[in-house]
Design a protein around this ligand. Structure first.
Ligand code: FAD
Length: 278
C-alpha cells in the first residue's frame, strides 16, 4: 500500500486507484494521462505483463466515461530487448486503443532511445491518422530537427525540457540555454503545426509564452503537468485551457516518488512534514 506521503504524486498501486483519481480530476475539468510506472526491463515477462496491463487499462478507460489517455515508456515495453519487441508491443497497444478511441502517448527516455521512439511514433501516427503522441526534449540539440520532421505527422507532440542528464556534446546542459531552446521550439510549433501541441511543463514563464503564442497564431494546444506538482495552477488553468494531469500508478512507485521528493525543497519539506505528522 502507498503511504499517504507518496499519494500526492502516485495514484495507487493498481489501475482502480488511478481511475478513481482520474474521476476526481475530471470533476474539476482536468483530463488525465495515466502511466503505469516501470522502465528498463530486461526480462520479457515484465515487458509482456506491462504491455498487457496497458491494453487492459485502455479497455477500462473505454468502458468508462472518463477523459483519459495513457502514456507508455519504450523501455517498459521492450526497447532494451530490441526494437522489434518494442514495436510489436507498441503496435498492439495502439491498435487496441485506436479501436476504442483512447489516445496513446509515448514518453521519451534518454538519447539512446530517441531514433527508435520517433520512428515508431511516426509510422503509427501515419498509419492511424493520429491517436498517438510523442514527447520531445528541449535539452537535446537534435530536437529542433526532429520537430521539423514531425510538423506534418498527424499526431501530437509533447514539449518538455528533458529529464535525463545527457552529455554536453549532444545536449544543452545549462538551464538558461534549455529554457531558450524550449521557447524557440514552442515558437516554431505554434507557427508551423496545425494543432497537436502539448506544453509539458510546470514553468509559469513557458505556459505564459504558450498562451501568448496561441493568441498570436490561434493554434490549439494543451497544458500537461504531473500529479502533485502545482495542483492549484492545474485547476485554475483548466477553467480556460485544456489541461491534462500525468497520473502515475503501480507497484514500482518508490523510485518515482523519491525523484519527485528530491527535485524541490518544497516537496522534500512536504514529505518530511507528512512523515513527522506536522
Ligand atoms: P523547471 O525548469 O523544473 O522549473 C521551472 C519553474 O517551474 C520553476 O522555477 C517553478 O516556478 C516551476 N516549478 C517547477 N517544478 C515545480 C514544483 N515541483 N513545484 C512548484 N513549482 C514548480 N521528461 C522527459 O525527459 N521525458 C518525458 O517523456 C517527460 N514527460 C513529461 C510529462 C509531463 C506531463 C511533464 C510535466 C513533464 C515530463 N517530463 C518528461 C519532465 C520534464 O522533462 C522536466 O524534467 C520537468 O517537467 C521539469 O521541468 P519544468 O519545465 O516543469 O520546470
Amino acid at each position: 500500500m502507498i503511504p499517504p506521503v507518496a499519494s500526492r504524486f502516485v495514484a495507487g498501486e493498481g489501475p482502480a486507484g488511478a481511475l478513481e483519481h482520474v474521476r476526481q480530476l475530471n470533476g474539476r475539468d482536468v483530463k488525465a494521462i495515466v502511466n503505469l510506472l516501470g522502465e528498463h526491463y530486461d526480462d520479457r515477462e515484465d515487458v509482456d505483463a506491462d504491455a498487457r496491463e496497458y491494453r487492459e487499462l485502455v479497455e477500462d478507460i473505454a468502458r468508462s466515461d472518463l477523459e483519459a489517455t495513457i502514456s507508455v515508456k519504450p523501455t517498459q515495453i521492450g526497447l532494451d530487448l530490441g526494437e522489434r519487441v518494442f514495436r510489436e508491443n507498441l503496435e498492439e497497444i495502439v491498435e487496441t486503443a485506436a479501436d476504442r478511441g483512447v489516445f496513446v502517448w509515448i514518453d521519451m527516455e534518454d538519447h539512446t532511445t530517441t531514433d527508435a521512439t520517433l520512428d515508431a511514433y511516426e509510422d503509427l501516427a501515419r498509419e492511424h491518422g493520429g491517436g498517438v503522441g510523442v514527447c520531445v526534449q528541449a535539452n537535446l540539440k537534435r530536437t529542433r530537427g526532429d520537430v521539423e520532421r514531425l510538423a506534418d505527422v498527424p499526431g501530437k507532440v509533447r514539449f518538455v525540457k528533458g529529464a535525463y542528464d545527457e552529455p554536453p556534446e549532444i545536449a544543452y546542459t545549462d538551464g538558461a540555454a534549455v529554457n531558450r531552446e524550449y521557447e524557440a521550439l514552442l515558437e516554431f510549433a505554434f507557427e508551423q503545426f496545425e494543432d497537436g501541441i502539448a506544453v509539458g511543463s510546470h514553468d509559469p514563464a513557458m505556459i505564459e509564452r504558450a498562451i501568448e503564442l496561441h493568441g498570436e497564431h490561434g493554434t490549439d494546444f494543451e497544458i500537461q503537468m504531473l500529479m502533485g506538482v502545482r495542483n492549484d495552477a492545474q485547476f485554475e488553468l483548466a477553467e480556460e485551457y485544456e489541461v491534462y494531469q500525468y497520473v502515475p500508478y503501480g507497484a514500482r512507485w518508490k523510485s518515482y516518488f523519491y525523484r519527485r521528493a528530491m527535485e524541490r525543497k518544497e516537496n522534500l519539506r512536504f514529505a518530511l512534514r507528512a512523515v513527522l505528522g506536522r
